[in-house]
Design a protein around this ligand. Sequence first.
Ligand SMILES: Cc1cc2nc3c(=O)[nH]c(=O)nc-3n(C[C@H](O)[C@H](O)[C@H](O)COP(=O)(O)OP(=O)(O)OC[C@H]3O[C@@H](n4cnc5c(N)ncnc54)[C@H](O)[C@@H]3O)c2cc1C
Length: 257
Amino acid sequence: MTDQLNNRIEKFTATGRLLAVWGTGAAGKGDGQFDTPHAVAVDGWGNVYVADTHNNRIQKLSPAGRFLARWGANGGDGTAGLGNGEFNDPRGIAVDERLRAAENVWAIGDVSGVALFTHVGKYQARVAAADVAGRPAKADYRAIPAGIFTDPEVATVGRTEGDGLVSARWELTATPRLSTYERPKRDGFVRVFADPAERVLVGAVAVGPQAAEWLGQLTLAVRSATPVDVLLDTIQPYPTFSEAIFFALRELADALP
Ligand SMILES: Cc1cc2nc3c(=O)[nH]c(=O)nc-3n(C[C@H](O)[C@H](O)[C@H](O)COP(=O)(O)OP(=O)(O)OC[C@H]3O[C@@H](n4cnc5c(N)ncnc54)[C@H](O)[C@@H]3O)c2cc1C
């Protein structure tokens, strides 16, 4: 899998044991180095193909991680190109909002390079199937949730950085739910992000027990562009982690102009 922020490729066994790490960690243009690697494909011989996004090239590595070849403008030296076999920010197979890659060809999942999650592939499958069947469908990626199943569990959705976003945070220790839940070993919080001009929620981060579960209502809020005032007027059950969402939203409403 790609470790984009660390500019590395990590190889795991089927049971998730780390086998190898390729790349230097720092962004580099050398052979076998990467700058924001995106999609990875493996051929029948175990060779690995990496979309080396910001180097505008594809690199081919042997099953043991030895550099074999690079493709792109000027032999893959990092220059962007628009010609056949050249790349400009390659991320996978280019698809449109209906997942069409070409006439009567659809591409879904990791190869589309949109977001490398099972649930995104499944969503894209539904959109592509509707399009194949002649029903109107367009992929909307505003609210892609992601869960990291560590302790504490971490979950995010939507935009959590960018110019002008207003955010507010609430610690889980300040919610009554912790009195009824088996007390977590580590602290958690919820942070919500809003577009001040539209006064709608655009993103959220949740950290704590089963965070990927209770992030759900925030995913719906981001996807449906629900006004912050409507979210604030929503009754949350007591005692739940969802109450932390209400408290964070209350702080957010105060911070919004
Ligand atoms: C360690 C790990 C943990 C992950 N955890 C999560 C998680 O918790 N939640 C989540 O949402 N996502 C997770 N992901 C990401 C998730 O696994 C992928 O996003 C998802 O599997 C993508 O589905 P896909 O069908 O696009 O591709 P894949 O599941 O990779 O399926 C592609 C298939 O094509 C086959 N194939 C490849 N080349 C060829 C070829 N030349 N000919 C024929 N067949 C070929 C492959 O063998 C494979 O079976 C994790 C990924 C990894 C590596």
